[in-house]
Ligand binder design. Structure first.
Ligand code: ADP
Length: 585
């Protein structure tokens, strides 16, 4: 650390103004006061640096020293990330907790990557290989689910002159590269400034869906590998359950979960719950492919602002290995509030509802880091980073600035609805207001990979739900009995789509996950009912007979059909056809 010092001239909560930090740059990390608290320069005005401090600033006052680090806020990247629980500036919460107890001692330092962990490095590159940024030097078995690639860091290019299998902690030298500037020894760890996106070879359009096993999402509002989604919803509408379901079931190799402390002890819940979750596919703890970033509520707001960038940088690093990575941020509203607070203290001109004018661009700078990419490195591997942000607008008002700024950049909107939640319709995702701009891409993919009728069925089902909404108005005015028979049949089909397909219980072992193949069969069965019943009605079959077929109960229970017994759907369709054919005309 440099001795170039400045002095504190003003303190306002988490904001400290320092004078005399010569040549300091925006977003440089500094250490503040005798206690050497972590801080980051967020504004430089006529020589005065405004510093957001990531720790309690109590006791800091004018005259105290400020030290430069000459490094932007950065994270450590290497084996040991998986299973970690970090705070917003990548301090290992569990280790600090163990060392210092509930209240982390200010200025406490503990390396982000545990130096006591020993790894086996297995070389992939060979002596004589020409390598550059992103090329894979070797691999480390980081967890049961993650084979970590050790890559050439940014800025290093040359010929491998030494490389061998070694065992040691992340600081162990694994290879030497002869560069134009001389030999460079590479270890298993590298650093990256969090506010700067990690470079990629090129971005690709999205092609394949993220499957979540959640029927309303996969069928009607799909997210792609590398896509962006937002889940706004009022308190109690099921945001946390949705995020947990995604963390458990989404077909991603790596999950990064950024929790921005909602209510007092909510983060503590996440810290306790998450490590207990089991990955249903591998039966290993979910933490074997997870990194948690948590801001407990006793941490200052500034750390919250940084946490989202810390999380996404770690996520990008795994994407660079060629993994499919999903990052969930819960809740980005708390993140935006942290921005608002810092902006207020900087006495910036406030924008809408007191949020800074750069709220939208800051939110965009986060979501723009998602994507389906060809990674740096000569093997042209593909990686994806998908971002899902929960938003908790005050009073559930979707017109407020954070929701609106988010909607301008994300491509999928999963709108949680408190009326549905109140009616115990879960997941409480409103099928009339939600949307996915990836629909076309996913339809194409699903038509090819699951069933050629995928798109047609999806459109038909959504059409029925939309017509139901229109008819609902009418029913409210004149009553169900006044509707024509054909509309009443449609109302029945819509009810079946809602109750037998959309409604999905996250806590029922058999219902919590549905494969895409089974989702298609379930919806197809309901649509078959509608398709068969319509002509029957025209041929004079009584509506009541069509509404009280025995097979309807079986259709309602079809969600419980085992994934390996999907042929039962054929039998059900046969029964359905026969029951309708047998009705008197
Ligand atoms: P939020 O995070 O929006 O405050 P939660 O995710 O905690 O809300 O959900 C509130 C409650 O709603 C849960 O405790 C659960 O009882 C119910 N719930 C939400 N989603 C589901 C679901 N998919 N299946 C069953 N129950 C659900």
């Amino acid at each position: 650390m440099s001795n170039a010092q400045g002095v504190v001239v003003k303190v306002s909560g988490p904001l400290v103004v320092a004078r005399g930090l010569k040549n300091a740059r925006m977003y440089e990390m500094v250490r503040v006061g005798e206690g050497r608290l972590f801080g980051e320069i967020i504004e430089i005005r006529s020589g005065d640096c405004s510093i957001q401090v990531y720790e309690e600033t109590e006791g800091i006052g004018p005259g105290q020293p400020v030290f430069r680090t000459e490094e932007a806020l950065s994270v450590e990247l290497g084996p040991g990330l998986i299973r970690s629980i970090y705070d917003g500036v990548q301090r290992p919460l569990d280790k600090l907790h163990a060392a210092f107890g509930e209240y982390i001692v200010r200025g406490a330092e503990s390396p982000a990557l545990d130096r006591n962990l020993i790894w086996d490095f297995v070389p992939v590159a060979k002596v004589g290989d020409q390598v550059a940024h992103g090329d894979v030097l070797g691999t480390v078995e980081e967890s049961k689910l993650v084979n970590h690639k050790i890559m050439v860091p940014f800025g290093v290019e040359g010929q491998v002159s030494k490389i061998a299998a070694v065992t040691g902690n992340v600081d162990t030298v694994v290879a030497t590269v002869d560069t134009a500037k001389g030999p460079v020894e590479l270890t298993m760890v590298q650093r990256w400034p969090v506010r700067k996106p990690r470079p990629v070879a090129r971005k690709m359009p999205p092609v394949s869906p993220i499957t979540t096993g959640q029927r309303v999402l996969d069928m009607f509002f799909p997210l792609t590998q590398g896509g962006t989604a937002c889940v706004p919803g009022p308190f109690g509408s099921g945001k946390t359950v949705v995020q947990h379901q995604l963390a458990k079931w989404a077909n991603a190799n790596i999950v990064v979960y950024v929790g921005c402390g909602e209510r007092g002890n909510e983060m503590t819940d996440v810290l306790q719950e998450f490590p207990a979750l089991i990955d249903p596919v591998s039966n290993e703890p979910l933490m074997e492919r997870t990194v948690l970033i948590a801001n407990t509520s006793n941490m200052p707001v500034a750390a919250r602002e940084a946490s989202v960038f810390t999380g996404i940088t770690i996520a990008e690093y795994f994407r660079d290995m060629g993994f499919s990575v999903a990052l969930m941020a819960d809740s980005t509203s708390r993140w935006a509030e942290a921005m608002r607070e810092m902006s207020g203290r900087l006495e910036e001109m406030p924008g809408e509802e007191g949020y800074p004018a750069y709220l939208s661009s800051r939110i965009a700078s986060f979501y723009e880091r998602a994507g389906n990419v060809i990674c740096k490195g000569s093997d042209e591997r593909q990686g994806t980073l998908s971002l899902i942000g929960a938003v908790s607008p005050p009073g559930g008002d979707f017109s407020e600035p954070v929701v609106q700024a988010t909607l301008r950049v994300v491509k999928v909107f999963w709108g949680l609805d408190d009326k549905l939640a109140f009616a115990r319709h879960f997941p409480a995702i409103n099928w009339l207001t939600s949307y996915s701009l990836y629909q076309e891409v996913v339809d194409k993919y699903s038509n090819e990979n699951y069933d050629p009728a995928w798109q047609a069925n999806r459109q038909k089902a959504m059409g029925i739900l939309q017509q139901e909404a229109e008819l609902d108005e009418l029913v409210r005015l004149v009553g169900m009995d006044a509707l024509p028979m054909s509309d009443r049949l449609l109302m029945q089909a819509a009810k079946m789509i809602r109750e037998d397909f959309l409604h999905q219980n996250a806590f029922d072992e058999r219902d919590t996950y549905t494969s895409l193949k089974k989702q298609f069969r379930m919806l197809d069965l309901i649509l078959s009912y509608f398709d068969l019943a319509k002509p029957a009605l025209e041929e004079g079959v009584l509506l009541n007979s069509l509404l009280s077929l025995d097979v309807l109960e079986d259709i309602a229970r079809a969600k419980l059909i085992d994934e390996d017994k999907l042929e039962e759907f054929d039998a059900l369709k046969e029964t359905l056809t026969q029951e309708i054919a047998a009705l008197p005309r």
